[in-house]
Write a protein that binds this ligand. Sequence first.
Ligand code: 3HC
Ligand code: NAI
Length: 699
Amino acid sequence: MDMTADPSPVTLEIVGATALIIIDNPPVNAASHAVRAGLAEAVAKAEADDAVDVIAVYGAGRTFIAGADIREFGKPSKDPILPQVINGMEACSKPVVTILHGTALGGGFEVALGAHARVALPSAQVGLPEITLGIFPGAGGTQRVPRLIGIPAALEMILSGRRIGADEALKMGLIDRIDEGEPREVALRVAEDIRAGRLATRKCSDLATTPDDAALEAATADIKRKQPNLFSPLKAVEAIAASTGPLEAGLKLERALFMQCIDSPQRAGLIHAFFAERAVAKIPEKDATPREIASVGVIGGGTMGSGIATAALLSGLSVTLAERDADALSRGRGTIEKNLAQAVKRGKLTEEKREAILADKLSTTTELADFGGVDLVIEAVFEDMEVKKDIFRQLDAIAKPGAVLATNTSYLDIDEIAAVTARPADVIGLHFFSPAHIMRLLEVVVADKTAPEVVATGFALAKRLRKVGVRAGVCDGFIGNRILSHYKKVADYLMMDGASPEQIDRAVTGFGFAMGPFAVSDLAGLDIGWAARKRQAATRPPEERYIPIADRICENGWFGRKTGQGFYLYPDEGKPTPNPEVAKIIEAERAKAGITPRDFSDDEIVSRFMTAMIAEAVRVLEDGIARRPIDIDAVYLFGYGFPRFRGGPMHYADTLGAAELVRRIETYAKEDAHYWQVPQMLRDMAVSGGTFAALNEER
Ligand code: 3HC
Ligand code: NAI
């Protein structure tokens, strides 16, 4: 026996006439190669053992198998592949039952579908989330689920990827029974029931799918309308359609289509996004102990403060909201009440819970002196250094020792804010995104003197608020807004040189962004950018090209959505339309600057837009503002509507390659050598053939 080999993650134990097959591959029992091989071998052994008459499979630890091992995707597949293991299990001559607990997802649930009965613990969830990873169930799920629950329900389950609780799964017919207890105890009891005829077993392969062409056609039309960019949903429908024929042919088609999805760049992008969400928590301060946070003081009840307060209340924290006067306070409270009412509408909260939160958890004040007892203060007042400094001076005198003092500033220097206090180690940036109770990104901005446990507290808070915390350093705009400020300029240059705002927005949304840059500006309020440009005017380098179009729009009092017009017109009813007055302003400014407009293709627009974004992102890395490329990806995925299937700007940059990016920048630099500069890191990568993915591994 080879003593150096790792012990198999699958064990077979015979208890009386029951074979228990236990899968133990922490943390989530993913169906890695060793699990697949171990499972196939254990089933074969149990089948061959004359003493065994029932086989029960369950998972050790927190869950049944949570899916295929997605780290193996993109690498050569190793036999036995999961479909082989599942087909072998289904063909077994003795009854096989799976006991599901935790999250039986994807390939994990497909293993259960290959068994002859499925029993779940009450807290178990099942589901086929593959669609969210750019693939679809590729181990028989598209063939066995329709046989069990019909085509319409199978389409809904597979195309949504949603998790289904045990009760609903039982009603749908996905599982056969709910039973309480430890998986092992349930396994032994259920085996007895199978033996005694109290639980029937059957094979999915013996069932037939009822054809339903109308449901398939409706699903196809829906995908083409709502997700025109996505590759795998239509493949899933094609595979499900084949479930009305013989199983073997259906499985063969499923495998071929599944491999097309595995080979698609969208699969790589979406799985990168899955790991990005988890990778960002790996910070240098991860071993520091976070401070206990039960109560939060929020200063400023405007757009951000009320959203932040809502987010904290929804997570069970007590909130005290401070404003300048009673009027502003009641406006802030009103917004929070409205936000919570929306949460009730969306099914996130019950009405009773909303009332309880408002009665017990939310208090308001006009006196910062009331913040003496809170564990964390988040300042969200006007974006003005002097106003913020004044508040931090007061907080320094009021807050209890050990309280975390956070600012939600978008751009300002947090070191400078911290310096007005005698406790800069307690000061940190917590940069939320609007609407703060909905957007998942939270930039945790670490200033020079911020203590490690204060950083850890920021990350613990992000987790508590169910947000994605990303570690950022101090600079003008941190990670996200610094990059945004840069590529926003290229959108202005394109507009000045010939493209219309709506063409640019269309090209960018065609690439997959949720919104284009001009629609975003209208939503945020054009006055915000206007104020920033005025502030920056004194320090703007003379070589920088300046586009005054947005200033002209603002001079008319048109600040975007909130004033009914900006780059677009916002009628009370119906969709926004391009603003004809803006077209006139653009024409006049071009004439003034002596520019003859030229044509840009949508591809050219996307190329310049993305190259500008990537170039600044690389500088953000060079400056150490973001620690790893994947942190930038997470910021853009969770805060800026970046198309998830493209994985984030740095992942996308790798698909282009550093050499191509350098070539583009050098080409554009012939028009504007100040704006288009090749970052040294990118130039080095182009020479060495390096990638951003490799940097993620190193850091
Ligand atoms: N493969 C490899 N690693 C996985 C994994 C998987 N399927 N699922 C989770 N992990 C890793 C995570 O990356 C994380 O690693 P880390 O500790 O190094 O960061 C660790 O397991 C724990 O995961 P979470 O932090 O997400 O733990 P939670 O308890 O919050 O959530 C979960 C658990 C619900 C299982 C969640 O991890 C999840 O949704 N996983 C993905 C499930 C999935 O999509 N399964 C389908 C896979 S595709 C498939 O099966 C194809 C088949 O049809 C052929
Ligand atoms: P806002 O103008 O909507 O709200 C600011 C609020 O602060 C006002 O209600 C005002 O009455 C109050 N306030 C001012 N001085 C105060 C004081 N001394 N004490 C108590 N309250 C006071 O502004 P918004 O948009 O909420 O921005 C707040 C902060 O959040 C700014 O620093 C901004 O840069 C930042 N931010 C804004 C985002 C956005 O999308 N609007 C996104 C992320 C950060």
